[in-house]
Design a protein around this ligand. Structure first.
Ligand SMILES: NC(=O)c1ccc[n+]([C@@H]2O[C@H](COP(=O)([O-])OP(=O)(O)OC[C@H]3O[C@@H](n4cnc5c(N)ncnc54)[C@H](OP(=O)(O)O)[C@@H]3O)[C@@H](O)[C@H]2O)c1
Length: 291
């Protein structure tokens, strides 16, 4: 019997299994493509021949595969459902909050316990003190698994028993990241077409503007939380006008206009419904009304 099983040895699963071995845990592994297990076996892991024996090998098993559909395919393999009895599953594959809730019901229906988590870092940060993993599930099960979770990341954030919380926060943060990255890419294109150095844009962004941007995001989120939309330093009228000018520039400069078009058409909706004098945060009212 080993301490923990890791199912899925892609970039992330391999990093998780290696971090557990480095921390002194006895690890069993399984992956569809067997060859990916070789470095871990050399480092001391045991290889299971199939998912059922992998799950039987330890009291706790981690699944870290492409997504929940793949997880479900693996859990549908022969003898797995019998092997689940009494085990703890930690799902670290990415999915949606709905999939997390469905998974919890399914796993508990097979007499196993369930934690769901969202890894907030790249594989090369796994096992390090500043790595973040968000986790939710029954508190006693979390406490039972706490030591091994801390082998994976120095910053384990337990979010309580709402099983969909890690994925919901993960996607909320992902939205901020992708929005910012798409904006940065459009910004880089503006620099290119206007003959400015992209590295100077990057330097300026890191030195001073990032603080302003993160302050603005925090202010918007605080206002939404407090339902406080008046007394703004930057009204939606100003933001919408800015977005229209960003779009105008893209047309004038002949560069791709997808990002400014999205910003302009989106913010225009707020003006149309009479929110122009309110703070940018008031745009949440448009989002709440339109599915
Ligand atoms: N990489 C990151 O930076 C990162 C960060 C945070 C979260 N995550 C999450 O971690 C999870 C794994 O990511 P990764 O980077 O390890 O991905 P990856 O390197 O592409 O590995 C994918 C894993 O899924 C398995 N898989 C895919 N389809 C399968 C199927 N039909 N049947 C059985 N196994 C299948 C693969 O098995 P084979 O080896 O046999 O193909 C492999 O073990 C994802 O949900 C990802 O969103 C990743």
């Amino acid at each position: 019997m080993s301490d923990i099983t890791v199912i899925g040895l892609g970039n992330m699963g391999t990093a998780l299994a290696q971090a557990l071995l480095d921390d002194g845990w006895e690890v069993t592994v399984w992956n569809r493509t067997k060859s990916k297990a070789e470095p871990l076996i050399e480092a001391g892991a045991s290889l299971a021949n199939n998912p059922a024996t992998a799950i039987q090998a330890s009291p706790v098993f981690i699944v870290c595969v492409m997504n929940y559909d793949v997880t479900q395919k693996i859990l549908s393999q022969p003898n797995v459902q019998e092997a689940l009895n009494g085990k703890v599953m930690i799902q670290l594959s990415s999915g949606t909050p709905v999939e997390a809730r469905e998974s919890e019901v399914w796993i508990k229906g097979h007499q196993a316990a369930y934690l769901d988590g969202e890894i907030m870092v790249y594989p090369d940060q796994i096992g390090k003190q500043d790595a973040d993993i968000l986790v939710a599930g029954d508190q006693d099960i979390y406490q039972q698994c706490e030591d091994l979770l801390y082998a994976l990341a120095g910053n384990i954030v337990y979010l309580g028993e709402n099983i969909s919380a890690p994925l919901a926060y993960g996607w909320a943060m992902g939205s901020v990241l992708w929005g910012s990255l798409l904006g940065a890419l459009h910004g880089a294109r503006i620099c290119e077409v206007e003959g400015l150095a992209v590295d100077q844009f990057a330097e300026r962004l890191i030195k001073s503007d990032m603080e302003t941007i993160s302050g603005a995001i925090q202010d918007v989120l605080k206002r939404i939380n407090e339902e406080r939309f008046g007394e703004s330093q930057g009204s939606l009228n100003v933001a919408a006008d800015g977005a229209e000018r960003l779009l105008k520039h893209a047309h004038e400069a002949g560069i791709n206009a997808d990002f400014p078009k999205y910003a302009a058409t989106t913010l225009r909706q707020a003006i149309e419904v009479g929110l122009g004098d309110e703070d940018m945060a008031a745009f949440i009212k448009v989002l709440r009304d339109r599915a």
